[in-house]
Design a binder for this molecule. Structure first.
Ligand SMILES: Nc1ncnc2c1ncn2[C@@H]1O[C@H](COP(=O)(O)OP(=O)(O)O)[C@@H](O)[C@H]1O
Ligand SMILES: [Mg+2]
Length: 323
């Protein structure tokens, strides 16, 4: 399996004093991100893999340009600042991720995590700085340009943002119909495969109101995938879901990376979840990117604010019940 190239992170990372490190977190990280666990994941997902590959083969075939590893970051935040009234929320925040990578945005409530995602999709305008997606500066784009970007970078909202009056199947079919060019039986086949992929085949005829929060999120991910995005943004995907569903959602995000090369940005306050998924971490604190770099360096980072965040997290969160 070839790993996507990882651009050099520019964080304040450095190997810290052992006494300030998080040995238990590091041990967990080794376990969670070990080649063995990736292998296990791949084996466990072998049948899903076949389904996904079939489903996306057609989708990929329709693309004129195949995504391939490039040196340029796929998503690039450069010195972004934004404030509301006299409150500065983001203050010269920079980060970047390459294709096929997963970035987790961590930080306390109200620190600007969701705002960062909204800036990235052009729903909010930064006061200063540049945001580039696939080499294009979106801060100067008009609405038509932004809509084009949103076809490639799509968001899974916390509430799923499903259409309440449509069945699950019709919700997933929606972007396929909107895209056009597919016959009805092709649409239905893709819906079947996407539902299989997210493990929710039995909900096809259900209305969203009858589903659990976690199920809604899985359906929202299936619908996002139907639009064949290159990147998916997730805002707190495990908030308000039980640990098993949280684990399923984590596995799903990981599978989309390994099998489809999807680039992901995952906003979460769940450190364990981040450790399962993250190649890169952005830690926001008081408007600043207090850390940007690899998850490994994050755990090792001597910065007092990072250590405080990790210590509190290790203290308050139960250890994961990993298989
Ligand atoms: N459109 C807006 N107008 C005014 N304030 C906003 C707006 N969007 C977000 N904020 C404020 O910006 C801060 C960061 O919000 P947000 O990014 O949602 O935090 P979080 O890190 O919890 O996701 C919060 O204080 C929020 O109230
Ligand atoms: Mg938020």
């Amino acid at each position: 399996m070839s790993e996507p190239s990882i651009p050099e992170p520019n964080g304040v990372s450095s190997r810290g004093d052992e006494s300030t490190g998080q040995p238990s977190l590091l041990a967990d990280l080794n376990e969670l991100q070990s080649p063995t666990s990736v292998q296990d994941l791949e084996i466990a997902n072998a049948s899903a893999t076949a389904l996904i590959q079939e489903a996306v083969a057609e989708a990929v075939a329709n693309r004129e340009v195949l995504p391939e590893p490039i040196a340029l970051p796929f998503i690039d935040f450069q010195d972004v600042s934004i404030g509301f009234g006299d409150r500065k929320i983001l203050d010269n925040v920079s980060f970047h991720i390459g294709r096929g990578q997963t970035l987790c945005i961590l930080g306390r409530s109200g620190v600007g995590k969701s705002v960062s995602l909204r800036i990235l999709l052009g729903f909010l305008k930064a006061d200063s700085g540049r945001v580039c997606v696939d080499g294009q500066d979106i801060t100067t784009m008009d609405e038509a340009g932004l809509q084009e970007i949103r076809k490639h970078v799509t968001m899974v909202f916390q509430n799923g943002a499903l259409f309440d009056s449509l069945t699950v199947g019709e919700n997933i079919a929606f972007p396929l119909r909107e895209k056009g060019g597919l016959a009805e039986d092709q649409i239905q086949q893709l819906v079947t495969r996407l539902l299989d992929l997210v493990g929710a085949s039995d909900t096809r005829e259900a209305l969203p109101s009858s589903l659990s929060t976690g199920q809604k999120r899985c359906i929202a991910i299936a619908r996002a995938l139907a639009a064949q995005p290159e990147a998916i943004l997730y805002d707190e995907p495990t908030t308000m879901v039980d640990p098993i569903m949280g684990r399923l959602i984590g596995d799903l995000i990981q599978r989309l990376k390994l099998q489809l090369g999807i680039t992901s940005i995952v906003v979460t306050h769940d450190m364990r979840f981040a450790m399962r998924l993250a190649d890169l971490v952005l830690f926001l604190d008081s408007g600043k990117a207090r850390f940007f770099g690899t998850i490994r360096d994050f755990l090792d980072c001597p910065d007092a604010h990072v250590q405080q965040f990790l210590a509190l997290d290790a203290y308050t969160l139960p250890l994961p019940q990993e298989a």
